[in-house]
Ligand binder design. Structure first.
Ligand SMILES: [Zn+2]
Length: 457
């Protein structure tokens, strides 16, 4: 017996038919969803297993295979229907065991904390050179080949601390990480060092995807901790001729087949229309992928568990999709959308959680005016839970390929102030996720699923 369960299915239906307004009925059902997740939620325990028994799970790795098997077993253990995997071709890159960088100035050696950017080429032994520091690609262009040739470029533009939306600050700085190496190589640089994308001033380097431009020579690229990027910058002011030495042993192998994992609760009236909840099962290869995106995975599974436990009848089929390969290719999201298209599966709405397991604050929607207006009208229902941001904006990388004229896409907005402290670093571990905040996020998504199905367009 679930001792905290406030309302049974019978109770819910009685409430629904007792002459209450829709608002009262919806409020009662949403309250029961939050109560179920806060009292009986299993997402935190599931996150512990994913983080501690499997850990980091970059696409192509054996750990990603383990995560796929874990996900499928878990969905089956909950008795979800049509549990299956969907094959996805993913890249297989490894950082290898060698990874360091240091500088020497005045006969003293200073170690810097670094981590290879995902997708970087390795070095054939140590490479050394003078360092040229820039804040952006425009400065690099002004310096030109004359000043850059044969050197290591330090991209040292911090995330803008004045932006309240940390995602926007991240977006404003991440072209250094994504394209810095190729931009530097255009002017003959031999290596790239990129300031870690975080507001935190600490010694943890943060990895993340980088991409080489076709036709440009590939040079190795390292993320450097914010503290060490700042120290190196100060050292350069005193000694512009100091030398930096780096070494890394990354390798790119042939693509391998991995999978998205899918499970369902079949709809009672419109089983051929789908509502998707999901996150990405892969993570970077350092830390445990706890916030990014273990949180989104276990929350999405919890949505189905809670709705099933409460016996809330859904007209449409609710699907959970554990997407693979968000971090370095998005092949899971692209493959899922391609199969939806090929098999003509009508997708009504999709919700992604991929911004950390912090206190939920609202959702962003990508949809038409009708969908947006209805969505906004639900804001009052979430007021008791401090969930109040109902606005337009980007939904999520994995579900975005589903976009068409009819589907509504949603991204959960958690509080983002601390997300980038952990993101893509060895600090993204289970211990840094708060149980209650994680559960509130799951309940918030489940409540939106209920509203979409019961009150949607
Ligand atoms: Zn993510």
């Amino acid at each position: 017996m679930k001792k905290y369960l406030l309302l049974t299915l019978g109770g819910l239906l009685a409430v629904a038919s007792s002459g209450q307004t829709e608002f009262q009925t919806d409020s009662t059902i949403i309250r029961s969803i939050y109560s179920e997740v806060l009292a009986n939620g299993e997402c935190y325990g599931n996150l512990r297993v994913l983080c501690k028994d499997i850990g980091a799970r970059l696409s192509g790795s054996p750990e990603a295979d383990q995560a796929i098997a874990w996900g499928k077993d878990l969905l089956e253990s909950y008795g979800f229907e049509n549990v299956h995997t969907e094959e996805v071709l993913v890249p297989h890159w490894t950082r290898g065991s060698t990874e360091y960088g240091y500088y020497e100035s005045g006969g003293v050696k200073y170690t810097t904390n670094v981590t290879a950017l995902g997708g970087s080429v390795g070095c054939q032994g140590e490479i050394s050179g003078q360092v040229i520091e820039v804040k952006n690609f425009e400065e690099l262009e002004v310096l030109g080949r004359e000043k850059v040739q044969g050197k290591i470029v330090l991209f040292n533009r911090p995330m803008d601390p004045l932006l309240i939306n940390t995602g926007a600050a991240y977006g404003g700085a991440n072209n250094q990480r994504g394209r810095g190496a190729s931009e530097a190589a255009k002017y003959g640089a031999i290596g790239a060092l990129v300031r870690s994308l975080t507001h935190a001033l600490d010694t943890f380097p943060h990895t993340g995807g980088m991409y080489y431009e076709e036709g440009i020579g590939k040079i190795p690229a390292l993320a450097i901790s914010t503290v060490h990027a700042s120290e190196l910058s100060h050292a350069l002011e005193k000694d512009p001729n100091l030398t930096y030495t780096m070494n890394l042993s990354c390798k790119l192998y042939d693509d391998v087949i991995q999978a998205n994992v899918i499970g369902e609760i079949r709809g009672t009236e419109l089983p051929d229309e789908y509502i998707v909840v999901g996150g990405h099962l892969d993570s970077w290869d350092i830390g445990e992928g706890a916030h990014d995106d273990g949180a989104g995975i276990v929350q999405s599974i919890e949505v189905l568990r809670a709705i099933k436990a409460l016996g809330i009848p859904l007209k449409r089929t609710l699907r959970v999709v554990l997407f693979i390969n968000e971090e370095n290719g998005n092949n899971g999201g692209k493959t899922y959308a391609a199969n939806v298209e090929e098999f003509g599966l009508k997708h009504y709405a999709a919700i992604e959680s991929d911004a950390g397991g912090f206190s939920p604050r609202g959702f962003r929607i990508e949809g038409n005016d009708e969908q947006y207006e209805l969505f906004q009208s639900w804001e009052n229902l979430f007021e008791p839970y401090s969930v109040h941001q109902f606005r337009r904006g980007f939904s999520g990388v994995d579900i975005r390929p589903l976009k068409n004229d009819t589907i509504a896409l949603f991204g959960l907005i958690p509080d983002g102030q601390r997300y980038f402290d952990y993101h893509h670093s060895n600090q993204d571990i289970f211990e840094n996720v708060n149980r209650r905040e994680l559960e509130l996020g799951a309940a918030t998504i489940a409540s939106l699923v209920y509203l979409l199905d019961a009150r949607g367009w």
